[in-house]
Design a binder for this molecule. Sequence first.
Ligand code: CTP
Length: 397
Amino acid sequence: MILAGRRVVLGVSGGIACYKACTIARRLTEMGAAVDVVLTSSAGRFVGPATFEALTHRPVFTSLWERDTTLAHLELGQNADLIVLAPATANLIARAAQGIADDILTAMLLARTAPVLVAPAMNDEMFAHPATQKNLETIRGMGWSVVGPEIGPLAEGASDRPGRMTEPEAIVAAAERKIRAPGGALAGKRVVVTAGPTREGLDPVRVFTNRSSGRMGYAVAAAAYGRGADVTLVSGPTTLPIPFGVDVVTVETTADLQEAVATALADADVLVMAAAPADYRPQEERQDKRPRGDGPVDVRLEPTIDVLETTRSKRKKGSVIVGFALETSEGVQRARGKLDRKGLDLIVLNMANETGAGFDVETNRVTLISRTDTVQLPQMSKHEVAERLLDAVELLP
Ligand code: CTP
């Protein structure tokens, strides 16, 4: 659990986005953090303390005047790794900016020493108001981080201006980064991750591709962001949501992938080549769609370029290069061969014929092979594999 032993205060103020704060509380708890929820009185009208208590397994703070919590407004914000304000209404941001301390949440904010991450959520007019903008400037000036708001549907209807709270998953990703990055080995490093399949055209309609879903590479990109890296994700066609905070370059063919990797590699400290590039492509791409009625067709396939191989001369000195190997037999031996042949520091082996591993599933069972070690991991989620992989990268000599 990547946030085990960490303390987060989740300050919730009264807006309709309160219901999404439940997801934030739940996710952070699942990640191992002790989450103390502090509600304003308006927030308590949207979602009651019982809901947050059930999600966090901890008491919820609603007032300065509760018994046994005499110093909660001081203790909470001084012992947390992070304070997350989500949703942060215009009113909460205004009170925080002015140093008003008229309830437990704002009193805590005035006394806090922990860093603060703010996720504003309000009507678009309220957000655009000069007073709100000035207050946001003030809290940024105090060193607080602000995530969002986004353009999207508001409770009162559609809008083409910012106001909608950033989605809970993205707020959790930003929170994880603020908690984990300080002192982490990947903080400030440039990490390039490739993901997904590529596809090679046969004609304007038909393509050759493979079963890669992109999940493994997307999980590595998200995990690297969580550790404070600047992440570029070079992605073949997938249907996955783009991880928060990550720059994405989309590609179609293996040749596109090669070009995008060559560009991104110039200042990369780490390359994780999780993509499954199409290994073969039709020798010629037809201009017209061939009708099925024309009967059987012979297609001659030629091998595509080996992207990792071509990166050799472009790698920054001291950079770490991680490849993947998907094998059906003699896994460790073949993966070691690729480690040597492609000049890699680490290779992640998965066996295509094992259940719960490989393409298009949520889990994976991998062996991490470096020049000196072979470590077989049990079946785990691709997100956990991503964490273990980055642990190994951080530990490489
Ligand atoms: N790879 C690459 N360029 C390709 C094919 C694969 O850079 N055209 C990368 C993959 O992203 C992976 C590693 O090389 O990190 C190993 O991929 P794999 O398909 O297992 O190896 P191949 O080199 O294609 O070897 P083979 O087909 O002989 O198993």
